[in-house]
Design a protein around this ligand. Structure first.
Ligand SMILES: NC(=O)c1ccc[n+]([C@@H]2O[C@H](COP(=O)([O-])OP(=O)(O)OC[C@H]3O[C@@H](n4cnc5c(N)ncnc54)[C@H](OP(=O)(O)O)[C@@H]3O)[C@@H](O)[C@H]2O)c1
Length: 567
């Protein structure tokens, strides 16, 4: 059996002009029940206006070959009884049928058959009046609805993504067979497949132009009362006008990734592509001066409308440097050349936001009170710890941030400087501490309700022994995903598991998954929105809260049915 594989043409350039025909070429599995199609059968053929347009287009572009969906037709029908084929043959342009392979289609449809049989049995039962009003009948109805939805989903997948890939592969295969480097193909497409086939072809670097035909009846000035068919036909002219859409008309989404580190982060680059950017341009070792040049150059290359498809992402582990770059990027842009900026140094903004939002939600869910009323201690004074401290202090928590780094010689002095830095730079009250020993750590743990572990990866902060005597502590969140984890006994997937009597743990993967969603959402929003927004930790925490809220609503509204009914 032929396998589906859409791969780029090696050493060839292909331009495909997709012409949307006037009806959708039916495919049999949907056809059997499609009464609407039967009704319109007499007009499911190319009109004389379409044929004339096609002839003119062929003269204009002189294509190397042409393709059309086969649909339900036999190859014989396609070549002998097809008005479109006649036009291409007359012009000596080879026309090929392209469509989903018959064997592949039968194989895919066989997956549905079992479900269809089951659905028919259920529908038969539902026709019997005896069960009226019973739970069994209601359960059967819900079951049948699920099956029907599943069948529809599979059919749609076959009809669209799979069929369109086969069509695109057919076009590419024909281009491979033709011994030419530069080729033009005219593809005659059903309206419902134009966009799908276009996207697939463009994904393998084929230039695509689509032509839709706009049809209009132009009424003539004749008598208002129409008597016979003759007069009816004479009463108006038919106009068919091509609407040409070129690929370049939809501007690509470009994100300039300004990374202050030596090597741009592959994590953020992958995330950006997955969020739908067409192009990610990484710059490394970016200084504020570099940023100014890059931004100026980038924004003027597109008009104010086009600039909305441009975005800047500021990364790199050093938060201070990232903030300096952010200031320059902000200042360099001015209305109307303003676009969205994401800032997430070393993933710290999204990680800290996810960690704080997750704890906030967990406290609420477990009736442990509001986070804003708690005393929170943060172990680790890197970017994640500092941003968590700002977010918590802004919420109204009492916040202690502690360096636990035994290698730090200036520990006390460093910790003392914190309250001044946080007050002056961020306008928040945060207490600094230096706790390199178990005793010092315990002192902080004993006066905290919540602990956030954010030290260097692979550093254990809290041992089981330390948790034995503590009374006040309720929750520990740990972002360290590298063993040994931040807390002895915690597991990365923990989500409020009791890790010591009365103390609940939230592990690094639970926070990491939320962080991933937050970054993804911010990237997507920044791509689509035209507001000229700054996506920083203040924005990230709102996104994290929204994601958690939506998840909670979805789980509250989830209904699971059983049969027989549970009492
Ligand atoms: N789960 C996720 O999705 C995710 C995402 C991003 C980051 N992370 C994790 O979050 C944590 C914090 O990241 P970050 O970028 O803020 O911080 P970081 O720069 O990796 O390190 C944080 C702090 O650890 C302290 N430290 C260094 N060596 C130490 C040692 N030998 N013993 C104890 N502490 C030591 C440092 O000292 P001082 O405290 O004295 O400055 C530093 O500020 C890391 O574990 C990182 O892997 C997780």
């Amino acid at each position: 059996m032929k396998t589906l594989e859409v791969t780029p043409l090696e050493g060839k350039r292909l331009k495909v002009i997709i012409i949307e025909k006037e009806y959708n070429e039916p495919l049999d599995f949907e056809e059997a029940q499609n009464e609407e199609n039967k009704r319109f059968l007499p007009i499911l053929k190319p009109s004389i206006a379409f044929c004339r347009f096609l002839e003119q287009l062929i003269n204009e572009v002189n294509p190397d070959f042409a393709t059309e969906e086969l649909g339900n037709r036999s190859i014989n029908d396609f070549t002998e009884n097809n008005g479109i084929a006649g036009i291409f043959y007359k012009k000596k342009i080879p026309l090929f049928a392209v469509d989903i392979d018959e064997n592949a289609k039968s194989y895919l449809l066989s997956n549905i058959n079992e479900k269809e049989e089951l659905l028919n049995i259920m529908l038969k039962h539902l026709k019997e009046p005896q069960t009226e009003g019973s739970y069994e009948r209601e359960y059967l109805t819900a079951y049948a609805q699920c099956l029907r939805q599943e069948i529809e989903e599979i059919k749609n997948e076959i009809k669209f993504s799979i069929r369109e890939s086969w069509i695109a592969m057919g076009i590419l295969d024909k281009a491979r067979e033709i011994n030419k480097e530069n080729m033009v193909c005219i593809h005659i497409s059903s309206p419902e497949h134009t966009d799908g086939v276009k996207k697939i072809l463009e994904s393998v670097d084929v230039e695509v132009e689509t032509i839709q035909l706009e049809k209009k009846l132009i009424a003539k000035e004749t008598s208002k009362t129409l008597l016979g068919l003759e007069e009816l036909l004479e009463s108006s002219k038919i106009q068919i006008k091509p609407l040409i859409r070129r690929s370049r008309e939809s501007r690509p989404y470009i994100i300039f990734f300004l990374d202050t580190d030596e090597k741009a982060s592959p994590f953020d680059i992958c995330m950006a592509y997955d969020a739908g950017y067409n192009v990610v341009v990484p710059y490394e070792n970016v200084t504020p001066e570099d940023a100014k040049r890059i931004v100026q150059d980038a924004i003027f290359s597109r008009d104010p409308k086009g600039i909305k498809h441009t975005c800047f992402f500021i990364g790199g582990k050093n938060v201070e440097r990232a903030e300096e770059v952010l200031e320059v990027v902000k200042k360099t842009m001015f209305p109307p050349f303003q676009t969205n900026i994401i800032v997430d140094p070393g993933g710290a903004y999204t990680t800290a936001s996810a960690m704080v939002a997750k704890v906030e939600e967990a406290l609420e869910e477990h009736n442990l009170g509001e986070l804003s009323t708690k005393t929170c201690a943060i172990f680790g004074t890197g970017a994640v710890g500092r941003v968590a401290a700002i977010l918590l202090a802004r919420l109204g928590c009492d916040v202690i941030i502690a360096s636990i780094n035994p290698e730090r010689k200036d520990g006390e002095e460093y910790a003392q400087g914190f309250s001044k830095t946080f007050r002056e730079k961020y306008g928040v009250k945060v207490e600094g501490a230096f706790a390199p020993t178990p005793e010092k750590k315990l002192e902080i743990i004993e006066k905290s309700d919540i602990i956030f572990c954010a030290p260097k990866a692979g550093v254990q902060v809290i041992t089981k022994e330390m948790l034995k005597e503590v009374k006040r502590l309720k929750v520990i969140a740990d972002v360290n995903a590298v063993p040994p984890f931040g807390v002895e006994g915690i597991k990365p997937n923990d989500d409020m598991r009791e890790i010591a009597p009365g103390i609940f743990g939230i592990g690094a993967l639970t926070i990491g998954k939320l962080k991933h969603k937050v970054e993804e959402e911010m990237l997507k929003e920044a791509r689509i929105s035209s507001k000229g927004e700054i996506y920083d930790y203040n924005y990230a925490i709102q996104v994290a809260r929204r994601i958690l809220r939506e998840k909670a609503i979805a789980s509250r509204l989830t209904v699971t049915l059983n049969y027989p009914r549970k009492s």
